[in-house]
Design a binder for this molecule. Structure first.
Ligand code: GDP
Length: 424
């Protein structure tokens, strides 16, 4: 059976600017609704003398899903010819932020909805900020309810200009601004005759144009060394490096580098269940490798291929953290960082900004990170570690922080920073 490509997208925007209507339209215009659903909700509205709302349609779908086994009210599914989409709503929820920041779920793109008539609200900016903190780089701004402003090009242009100025400050570059009327379907699935001045894509063609993440197997090799076993072969001391491949592929003959020690060797054989010594091994497989030369490496090092893109090695990095610890995360205290199979002492060096997940307030002046805060900050480990920025390879760009034997925070690494980038 052919497996279809899947992409997660998140939708954000001030309440009443039209998120549910955009979602409802996307579902309706891609024929992703159960048969007769739209009609029955419309009929129900007529009977009860209420105007039809796409939000009712979504509520009806959610009720139905709630009777099934999985209840996940914040997700809707739709498909285009190109791929399947999961659209994630409710970014203000703690669970959502937690999942996104800890990497439990990832979105490749974001839709940000702004009401053309009401204009940009404080929440539109907050949501822009959150999208940027989550490291989502493909963002499209939907200027909705264009019907209420007579599809006026000047209104669209002034919102575009004002919002562009704001988001340039928070480091996101929207791919596009699209003038839409979600309620009437303008520029959702097909070009609207009401916006002949607009020559960009529709929402659906924009979504299909977004780049999806690569499959783990297509990425460079990353295998954290879990254990090193010694054995004797023909009188020689030999070692097996055991671990689980997070991404990429490895086969006998590959030249590998262990980081951060920089030690190199060549794979002699691959051992494991159902693997013949000369076979290749892939992402998700637990294996052991033997090497052509005798090198001393430690558990916690990252095995990568010499001829592929190397991870970063640094002791300082810019991260986003979701903090769940009972005690706040503070500067100058030693915590334990777990990344891959490595455990290492870490300190909080600098807080760049904090979002209080419950209230969505943004604070740049707090000097500690409290429970349920999402913080962008700089961490420093006692020795350099190997990692990938989350935008490159997810599995080696995530970490957890342990305080007092309890997992107290999780996060993603945005980039390594050198000491000189960040004079304190
Ligand atoms: P949400 O809170 O962001 O999910 O907003 P909704 O999707 O529930 O929309 C809020 C209100 O705006 C509802 O009454 C919608 O019918 C209305 N609305 C949404 N999109 C449009 C649109 O394109 N044009 C007009 N005129 N009304 C719209």
């Amino acid at each position: 059976m052919e497996t279809r490509e899947q992409m997660n997208i998140v939708i954000v925007g001030h309440v009443d600017h039209g998120k549910s209507t955009v979602i409802g339209r996307l579902l309706a215009d891609t024929d992703s609704l159960p048969e007769g659903k739209l009609e029955s909700v419309k009929e129900y509205c007529t009977k009860n003398s209420r105007p039809f709302e796409y939000a009712f349609l979504l509520d009806a779908l959610k009720d139905e899903q709630a009777q099934g086994i999985t209840i996940d009210t914040a997700r809707c599914f739709f498909k285009t010819r190109k791929r399947d989409y999961i659209i994630i709503d409710a970014p203000g929820h703690i669970e959502f932020l937690k999942n996104m920041v800890t990497g439990a779920s990832r979105a490749e793109a974001a839709l940000l909805v702004i009401d053309a008539k009401e204009g940009i609200k404080e929440n539109s900016k907050r949501h822009g900020h959150i999208v940027s903190m989550l490291g989502i780089r493909q963002v499209v701004v939907l200027v909705n309810k264009m019907d209420l402003v007579d599809f006026d090009r000047d209104v669209f242009n002034s919102i575009t200009a004002e919002f562009t100025e704001f988001i340039n400050k928070v480091n996101i570059k929207p791919v596009n601004f699209i003038p839409i009327s979600a309620f009437n379907g303008d520029n959702i699935a097909s070009k609207s005759p009401n916006t002949d001045w607009y020559d960009g894509p529709t929402v659906l063609s924009q979504l299909d144009g977004f780049v999806n993440k690569k499959e783990n197997q297509e990425l460079p090799l990353r295998m954290p060394a879990q254990d090193i076993y010694k054995f004797t072969e023909e009188g020689d001391d030999r070692r097996i490096v055991a671990g689980t491949i997070l991404s990429g592929t490895v086969r006998a003959g590959d030249e590998v580098v262990f980081l951060p020690s920089q030690k190199r060797s060549v794979i002699k054989s691959i051992e494991g269940f159902n693997i013949k010594p000369r076979d290749a091994a892939y992402a998700d497989q637990a294996i052991g490798v033997t090497l052509n030369t005798q090198i001393y490496i430690k558990p916690g090092e990252l095995m990568v291929k010499a001829n592929e893109k190397l991870p970063e090695v640094s002791s300082r990095f810019r991260v986003n953290i979701f903090w769940v610890g009972k005690a706040p995360l503070i500067k100058n205290k030693t915590y334990k960082l777990k990344i891959g199979t490595l455990r290492i002492a870490v300190k909080l060096v600098e807080i760049l900004s904090i979002i209080d997940a419950a209230e969505l307030n943004i604070d740049t002046f707090k000097d500690q990170v409290e429970r349920h805060d999402v913080a962008e900050c700089i961490l420093e480990t006692t020795k350099p570690i190997a990692f990938d920025p989350i935008s490159e390879i997810e599995l080696t760009g995530r970490f957890v922080i342990v305080d007092n034997y309890e997992i107290s925070g999780g996060g993603i690494i945005l980039e390594g920073v050198s000491d000189s980038d960040n004079t304190l």
